[in-house]
Design a protein around this ligand. Structure first.
Ligand code: PLP
Length: 219
């Protein structure tokens, strides 16, 4: 398990202090996650609600949990009381549901809008024109118990660096456009969640503020 804290140390050394490391603990054992926690890290992410709930139940209560996978409306109430951030808001309907349960729990929920940037047609996420239409409609601004903190994207699963770079540049441009048009005076809108184990260096060169790393830490 020593390699886990060593890997975390290495990654933190590679990144600037204003980039947040989110440790992706999906498919890892409790012992592996505990080893990461013991290195002093407190921010973890899961892609499935059920796994997240099971882990939260048994792991230290000061862990901040992020959700990075598709969320179904009927699962929102389970995470609404505690979730630190949902990176995978991919429809108005899910934003509305998060808002409803945030209100019932008397808190605000931090959200990122998930954008499709990869070449493969992925199942979840907004296309650029869809997200711009939604923002233009001002529907989201009525949801006062969610905070739209920025965008999340996943690049194509490829070793062609130029392609990954191109996709990250596109989401960074979209981020700038949205910030300028719809969140100019709102300090909450500041996060760009891009970069995983294989591409986080490219992501950081292209404006990432949050990297989501699993295998580079645990494998
Ligand atoms: C699994 C996953 C990650 C982490 O992937 P690694 O390649 O293991 O670093 C990041 N983001 C999302 C959305 C994931 O599902």
């Amino acid at each position: 398990m020593n390699h886990i804290s060593e890997n975390i140390k290495q990654i933190k050394k590679n990144i600037n202090c204003d980039i947040q490391l989110i440790i992706v603990s999906k498919n890892r054992t409790l012992l592996e996650i505990e080893a990461a926690y013991d290195s002093g890290h407190k921010v973890f992410a899961e892609n499935r609600v059920q796994a997240l709930l099971e882990r939260k139940e048994v792991l230290p209560s000061d862990i901040q949990w992020h959700l990075i996978g598709h969320l179904q409306t009927n699962k929102v109430k389970l995470i609404a009381p505690f979730i630190s951030m949902v990176h995978s808001v991919d429809s108005y309907k899910i934003a509305e549901e998060l808002n409803k349960y945030a209100m019932l729990n008397n808190r605000k929920i931090n959200c990122l809008l998930q954008i499709k940037i990869a070449e493969e047609e992925t199942k979840f996420g907004f296309h650029t024109d869809e997200v711009l239409d939604l923002l233009e409609s001002k529907q989201l601004t009525q949801l006062s118990c969610i905070k739209i903190c920025g965008l999340m994207g996943m690049a194509s699963n490829t070793d062609k660096t130029y392609k990954i770079k191109d996709e990250f540049q596109k989401i960074k441009l979209l981020f700038n456009e949205i910030k300028d048009k719809y969140f100019k005076n709102e300090s909450n809108f500041k996060e760009l969640s891009i970069g995983m184990s294989n591409d986080y260096k490219i992501a950081i060169e292209n404006g990432s503020t949050m990297i989501r790393i699993g295998s580079a830490i645990f494998d």
